[in-house]
Design a protein around this ligand. Sequence first.
Ligand code: SAH
Ligand code: SF4
Ligand code: F3S
Length: 478
Amino acid sequence: MKPVVINSPDQNKERKRLDKSNNFEEFKLDDSLKSIGKDKLYYLYTYGCQGNESDSEKIRGLMEEMSFTITYDLDKTDVILMNTCAIRKNAEDKVFGEIGRLKQLKRRKPELIVGLCGCMAQEESVVRKLLTKYQNVDFIFGTHNIHSLPLLIKRVMENKERVVDVLSYEGDIVEKIPMVRESKIKAWVPIMYGCDEFCTYCIVPYTRGKERSRLPENIIKEVEGLISEGYKEITLLGQNVNAYGKDFVDLKYDFADLLTDLSKLPIPRIRFTTNNPKDFDDRQIEAIKNSKNIMPAIHLPVQSGSNKVLKKMNRKYTKESFIELCDKLYKAIPGVSITTDIIVAFPYETEEDFNETLELVKRCNFEGAYTFIFSPREGTPAAKYIDKDITEDVAYDRLYRLNDLVNEGYGRGNKRFLGQTVKVLIEGYSKNQNDILMGYTENNKLVNVIGDKKYIGEIVDVEITDAKTWSLDGKIID
Ligand code: SAH
Ligand code: SF4
Ligand code: F3S
């Protein structure tokens, strides 16, 4: 069937940053769409970062406002939605593998509707491949038009068309999209969308558009609503939360202001992710220091410990300024846990450069890190960097050496709490043992405890009785 292409992705347009002002909109679902999902089930896959998890909560909100019901059983579902991630090749391979598997299901159930959205939908090459090789995908929409889902799904259901609608512009801010949140205890709160950093390896500025901040009053209103619903923890989301507000044209209000205002609200725990060292300033550190409810756990991606590599990555800070920032954080926020992201085997990274990364990991006392092998992303500058010296063996050798060191940090970060009494927000039963409760400390350490289900959703005092590399054990002190 020939697809109806309303809009398709165009990386040259995605790269542009011309429109300085933000366009704000409010979503409203047309009454005629409110019951199109009656007696129908949907299944939702979510890949990628917290931004995508948050988008999936909007997708659930939209589906449920159209009267669809969620299912976790693929055999029973009428609609499948895949919210995808494009950050590395293996993220995309996972999605293509799953779509391949769904071909069989679709053969058995030809009326099944499959939709794909998220960051992969914003890539020209992916959409081309889906349209030619994956006939079982019925519709594709992008990160800028999640709110088009109702109209698109209606078209696919009623006209039996294949539809593509992916916008390649800088992006708007759309408020009031309904949400069904995953948890009743912890909530994601996006404070900004997009990214203007253009780190040379990264696809996000193309797939998510320009950096644009939500208005403070909308964020504050959302958090007040969460408090009244009994939420205990919020995590503010953005690709570079430290740059929040820099895009406001007539408003002088930045991330430090937002932290200060939110920390005055009666929410027990505030977290934020992710930070870009280059925009993490002293006022923000002061705001954290002066608050009681901003948690002492900071995720501060460094990517590399070599100034040469940082420059090639377009990270706009140096090893020295990064160390200085860590030192400031350790001094201002006693006991803070700092974690990071690191890419190894970036083109032109030599053994000496890599050793500088290892040194930096030791120097900064990280208590955890997400580590990755560089993955070339089509259309980004670094995809054109060629370095024949970095073979797959070299890359994996560096990754394993780095991971050994990082794991020591995880262990050290947990051991320092042995014998102490810490506050834990109990979230539910442990995944592996269903009679054990689990939760996180203020420093974001996973704790398992024996206890009654009445503690779920509560912040309790826990005495730490054992510290392992990946988790702590403890007992609740009543
Ligand atoms: N905005 C965040 C990062 C979001 S992506 C920041 O700047 O810190 C999450 C992590 O994925 C990055 O920190 C980086 O370590 C990794 N990453 C991004 N692009 C990558 C690529 N092409 N290859 C390997 N890792 C990558
Ligand atoms: Fe990607 Fe850099 Fe933006 Fe993070 S700051 S999303 S790594 S371009
Ligand atoms: Fe992936 Fe897009 Fe997030 S590429 S990491 S889902 S911003």
